[in-house]
Design a protein around this ligand. Structure first.
Ligand SMILES: Nc1ncnc2c1ncn2[C@@H]1O[C@H](COP(=O)(O)OP(=O)(O)OP(=O)(O)O)[C@@H](O)[C@H]1O
Ligand SMILES: N[C@@H](CCO)C(=O)O
Length: 300
């Protein structure tokens, strides 16, 4: 029997929500098919992700479930990779969450959504050395998700009233072990004043999404801790964000660990202005890029 599942691309953090917020979008998707084999081994079939199952997020997630459930079988995992790798679009988490959904279905494990987030997030260790749950929560739940606890894993889906359109500015930059590097740049300690400002902004942004208040989203979606610490990786970000606000975007943030920039737009936004402004700014930095317009995926 073959079982196929898909997960869409996602943008983690959303400004002040480092490691706790994520948004699922229709821009790209990974399809993962699993099938039993008679070799007793886990084998990965994929054009552009690691063949070693311990180094592939999909493989590592399934190894962990099989260990916990004492399932000893050979499994072929075929990854049809649609989410581009290493660009902050939740590529690694899309494969692991799709693999976990397929495995759950194939073996009737009846895993809860939070248990599936747990196993999918375990796979992220293969990508960046740490198990962060935000992108994979998108792959399991869809929509906008909030991680309320990691031990045990608990996720809440946020029923947002304000649903902006999304523009992804995707610079053509490859940074070796990008997420690992970006995570190592985040400060280990912060000043209490910065903590207060960050929690205030995060709360305001969530109020904006819940109540449908455009200005609250714009005022809240600012992060001077994590995004700032990573600025050296994406020096063009500040210019693109302020240009997008000038063109009346709702707001903008770094998507996950970057380099993609997520811009929220609505009918008041001058999208053509953003397209030409991006061309000018990224041209100055000598960067090729793609702009993808997309929508939020509410669920699976
Ligand atoms: N199934 C997989 N899909 C994508 N990348 C994988 C997979 N398995 C392992 N990797 C490795 O993970 C790394 C890419 O992960 P990384 O977290 O840097 O990018 P991302 O998932 O696209 O971005 P972000 O997490 O910021 O949204 C690469 O080194 C890649 O080889
Ligand atoms: N929250 C993670 C997302 C990476 O995909 C980070 O910013 O490092």
């Amino acid at each position: 029997m073959k079982i196929k599942e898909l997960s869409y691309s996602s943008s983690a953090n959303l400004g002040p929500g480092y490691d706790i917020l994520s948004l699922s979008h229709r821009a790209f998707k990974d399809e993962v098919e699993i099938e039993e084999n008679n070799t007793g081994k886990i084998r990965i079939f994929s054009d552009n992700t690691p063949e070693d199952p311990m180094k592939n997020t999909a493989g590592l997630s399934l190894i962990q479930i099989m260990k916990d459930r004492k399932i000893k079988l050979g499994i072929d995992i075929t990854i049809n990779k649609g989410v581009p790798v290493g660009l902050g679009l939740g590529s690694s988490g899309a494969s692991s969450s799709a693999a976990v959904k397929a495995f759950n279905k194939m073996f009737d494990l009846n895993l809860t959504n939070d248990e599936m987030v747990y196993y999918s997030m375990y796979g992220e260790i293969a990508a960046c050395g740490s198990a962060h749950p935000d992108n994979v929560s998108s792959g399991i739940y869809g929509g906008m998700t909030l991680i309320t606890s990691t031990e045990p894993v608990r996720v809440r889906k946020i029923d947002i009233k304000y649903k902006p359109h999304l523009m992804l500015v995707i610079p053509d930059i490859k940074i070796e072990e990008k997420t690992k590097l970006a995570r190592s740049m985040v400060p280990k300690n912060i000043d209490i004043k910065d903590m207060v400002r960050q929690t205030s902004r995060l709360s305001l942004m969530l109020l904006g999404f819940l109540n449908g208040e455009r200005q609250a989203i714009r005022d809240g979606m600012n992060d001077e801790i994590v995004e700032k610490s990573r600025n050296g990786l994406f020096p063009f970000y500040g210019e693109i964000k302020s240009m997008a606000i000038d063109e009346n975007a709702v707001s903008a943030c770094i998507s996950g660990a970057g380099p993609t920039i997520l811009i929220f737009t609505d009918e008041r936004t001058n999208k053509n202005g953003i397209i030409s402004g991006t061309d000018e700014i990224l041209g100055k930095y000598g960067l090729n890029y793609k702009i993808v317009e997309t929508e939020i995926v509410e669920g699976y």
